[in-house]
Write a protein of this length. Structure first.
Length: 68
């Protein structure tokens, strides 16, 4: 299945909302690689709430140079 190149962050949001962490992080990494503008709100995005206890979340925030 192919997705529009600009929608990686939104796809990550959907997976996170559905508690599918592995897929959400995969799409967050794609969003990072694409420099998706949605990433600026990663730390406060309510749709990503399910990811906050996962150690990969803190690592991802660090990758974005956002405070943990």
């Amino acid at each position: 299945m192919k997705y529009h190149a600009g929608g990686a962050f939104q796809i990550a949001q959907v997976y996170a909302f559905r508690n599918q962490s592995d897929e959400a992080f995969e799409w967050l990494d794609r969003a990072y690689a694409q420099r998706d503008s949605g990433l600026v709100g990663t730390k406060v995005d309510p749709l990503l709430k399910s990811l906050r206890k996962d150690p990969r979340y803190a690592a991802f925030l660090k990758k974005l140079n956002l405070p943990i």
